[in-house]
Design a protein. Structure first.
Length: 167
């Protein structure tokens, strides 16, 4: 039973062995010049499961690319901070954007907020949610019922944004 053919590019070279490489969702087959097209096809067919698995990984990496340019991301965060301060009347001392390993945002007892640089890969709604979440910590430094009620007051659909961040 023949499986569907996966599209790939063949690069012939003065090499000993055949190599299959997946980069940015494209399959490249580097083959010795002496290999016939049939030999290459046979090797590719033999490695089809490996190719499909790694192609899937490659495509997932591509999906995880930034949605915005860096300056646009900073502008989105800044705009949300300004708007949400006006609406909530909760004012941090400082807002920074940095890469954080363990959270989407943090709020220190010194009223300093840090927004995770990795949010650049997420929607504007998710970014707004994280900014609001951290601002709400200025009033409640916990995740109590009152904290979540405050978040919901300013963003009734906050659970959608939370779901996005967990995917």
């Amino acid at each position: 039973m023949n499986q569907p053919q996966i599209p790939y590019t063949i690069i012939r070279s003065n090499i000993k062995n055949l190599y299959i490489q997946i980069k940015d969702g494209n399959i490249m087959v580097k083959a010795p010049k002496r290999f016939s097209k049939e030999e290459i096809e046979k090797m590719v067919a033999k490695k089809q499961k490996w190719i499909e698995k790694n192609l899937q990984k490659s495509l997932q990496k591509q999906e995880n690319k930034p949605q915005y340019e860096q300056d646009e991301f900073v502008q989105i965060v800044t705009q949300n901070v300004k708007e949400l301060i006006k609406i909530t009347d909760l004012r941090p001392n400082k807002v920074r954007i940095r890469e954080i390993k363990y959270a989407w945002g943090t709020c220190s007892s010194g009223k300093n907020i840090t927004i995770n640089q990795k949010l650049i890969r997420h929607s504007k709604q998710a970014i707004r949610y994280v900014v609001l979440h951290e601002l709400c910590h200025l009033k409640y430094m916990n995740h109590s019922k009152k904290f979540w009620e405050l978040v919901e007051t300013y963003m009734p659909n906050y659970k959608e944004a939370r779901r996005e961040l967990k995917e």
